[in-house]
Design a protein around this ligand. Structure first.
Ligand code: COA
Length: 177
């Protein structure tokens, strides 16, 4: 079970519906509407982190999502990713990557359905649960790779402006979830 206490959440007023999408410092999460009445109601989350530390990579992020088993195959990962990517574009990011520990057909299919394509496999790159694991990497463009791109803006900084807050609210309000 996921706990909303894991998140440093920025709630946006006026966003509702069956599921409550919220922007957190790390990305997006979906919780039931009664967000303030429950501490264990998070359905899932999607977030993006820096792809690498070096300056030249600052327009590139890695994506990840996790949806609670009780809510699989309802289009929630797709909805979260769709909104997350739109917010990442507002922030000024250009490329997005996903590393998936193999095997994970559900995640591979989700990322392909979201427009990612395979780059290659890192062999024995991770160790957990007594085993070395392979990771497949996928990539996707978020926005045009222009010369002299504007600097990406961190989410908390972006949320300081009313214009960006309104744009993010309207992204979160779009769609079914
Ligand atoms: C992978 C995961 C995030 C998918 O979440 P989800 O909310 O069930 O996915 P969605 O319902 O939005 O599915 C969107 C598309 O992804 C693909 N997909 C998702 N789950 C799939 C599965 N089990 N098998 C095949 N394709 C799948 C399909 O193309 C699907 O579209 P469709 O339902 O119209 O066919 C979820 O299974 C999960 O959290 N798994 C454990 C954690 C994990 O592996 N996270 C990814 C690490 S980056």
């Amino acid at each position: 079970m996921l706990s909303s206490s894991e998140f440093d959440t920025v709630y946006l007023e006026g966003v509702g519906g069956e599921l409550f999408p919220a922007v957190t410092r790390r990305g997006l999460m979906l919780v039931p509407t009664q967000v303030h009445d429950t501490s264990d109601g998070v359905v899932g989350y999607a977030y993006a982190t820096a792809h690498r530390d070096r300056a030249a990579y600052r327009w590139s992020v890695d994506a990840a999502t996790y949806i609670s088993e009780r809510a699989h195959r309802q289009g929630i990962a797709r909805a979260l990713y769709t909104r997350l990517f739109e917010i990442l574009v507002l922030q000024g990011y250009r490329s997005i990557y996903a590393g998936i520990t193999l095997p994970n057909p559900a995640s591979l299919e989700l990322h392909k359905a979201m427009g990612f394509r395979e780059v290659g496999i890192y062999h024995d790159v991770g160790y957990k649960l007594g085993k070395w694991h392979n990771t497949i990497w996928l990539e996707r463009s978020l926005a045009e790779h222009v010369v002299e791109p504007s600097e990406p803006t961190a989410l908390p900084v972006l949320l300081e402006t009313e214009q960006a807050k309104a744009a993010i609210s309207s992204i979160l309000l779009a769609g079914e979830h």
